[in-house]
Design a protein around this ligand. Structure first.
Ligand code: FES
Length: 347
């Protein structure tokens, strides 16, 4: 970054915006509320610089400060901070040469030599007033490095020869088309695109919208998947309300001669009501209960609304013993008629 010196002498004593600039000033000031007009200081300085042959004189800064009712020092601080504002006269064509790493690696040093040779030192204005140059930081066109900005335009993919030619033409009043100075379109690869080259990408043939999410399909609907079998709804005997177990897996049912079913009340925890409920589920024998899986237990507990009870009372252990022809202390008492609860369910 070059040292920026403010030229107090060159600006004279007065500055006035061009009449045609007033509309732009009104546009920018109109973006801010009355009490925040100072926020327009940067666009105002930019317009002042354009109306002052590309640089900000001291009277130009004062004019901006007066219009925005700002202290002069505040405007000076902004103008001297941002390098987009130039503090001394420049040529009709002012060259900003990017000297940051990508441009440096691609030959910016050689371009500087051209500028020194064709123009002179940094910020020197040629005698005819046409050219000046300075080095700036990255201008955001690194893909096309090395590059320069001349007034408002970028000139990219430069070589010492191409920059020399551009400067020569500008010196002679001949305009030069901005942009890449080689066979490159914008920032595309040199020599043309290397990807996305299929013509159908650009001829509109892919633009037809064939489907949109959630639109009714024109195609006949595919046969719907059969819905998963719903768990059977069963009536809980005694409760009177229809209820369906939500968890676990229903135990297998059997059809059995009622005369041949086991007395499930010999299992501690099963009274007449629960036995009826189990019978309705197709559970008639100790062998069935002995074979219950944990999922079956979950299902029955959920269905009968007594979570944890089957395990706590060890229905399965009791059922295994009884299914093998054995007895439990409880079954002995039931068989002896000593258990009234085998006549009524415990709550
Ligand atoms: S480094 Fe030169 S444009 Fe980014």
């Amino acid at each position: 970054m070059a040292l920026r010196r403010f030229d107090l002498e060159a600006g004279g004593d007065t500055f006035a915006f061009k009449p045609e600039t007033e509309e732009k000033i009104a546009f920018w000031r109109g973006k801010y509320p009355a009490e925040k007009q100072r926020s327009a200081v940067i666009p105002m300085l930019w317009l002042a610089q354009k109306d002052n042959n590309g640089w900000l004189s001291e009277p130009a800064m004062r004019e901006v400060a007066d219009r925005l009712e700002m202290p002069y020092i505040r405007v000076y601080e902004v103008a001297t901070f941002y390098t987009m504002f130039r503090l001394q006269p420049v040529g009709k064509y002012h060259v900003q040469l990017c000297g940051t790493t990508p441009c440096q690696l691609r030959g910016a040093e050689k371009l500087k030599e051209v500028c020194r040779k064709e123009i002179g030192d940094i910020m020197y204005v040629t005698d005819d007033g046409r050219l000046s140059w300075e080095e700036v930081e990255c201008l955001g066109a690194c893909v096309n490095a090395p590059m320069v900005q001349i007034n408002d335009d970028y000139y990219e993919d430069l070589t010492p020869e191409s920059l020399s030619q551009i400067l020569g033409k500008l010196k002679n009043g001949v305009e030069v088309a901005p942009g890449p100075q080689i066979d490159r379109v914008n920032s595309a690869p040199e020599g043309g695109a290397t990807t996305l080259t299929e013509p159908s990408l650009f001829d509109g043939s892919r633009n037809a919208i064939t489907t949109l999410p959630n639109l009714p399909s024109a195609e006949p609907e595919a046969a719907a998947e059969p819905a998963p079998a719903e768990k059977p709804k069963t009536t809980l005997i005694g409760g009177g309300a229809e209820k369906k177990a939500e968890t676990g897996e229903r135990p297998p049912m059997v059809t059995i001669d009622p005369a041949a079913h086991d007395d499930l009340k010999r299992i501690k925890g099963i009274g007449p009501k629960n036995e009826d409920a189990l019978n309705e589920l197709g559970i008639y024998t100790f062998k069935q209960i002995a074979a219950w899986t944990a999922e079956n237990v979950d299902w029955v507990e959920d269905f009968m609304s007594f979570p944890g009870r089957i395990e706590r009372e060890d229905w399965i252990g009791q059922a295994k013993t009884l299914a093998e022809g054995g007895e439990t202390e409880f079954s002995k008492r039931v068989d002896a008629g000593d258990v009234p609860s085998s006549q009524e369910d415990e709550d």
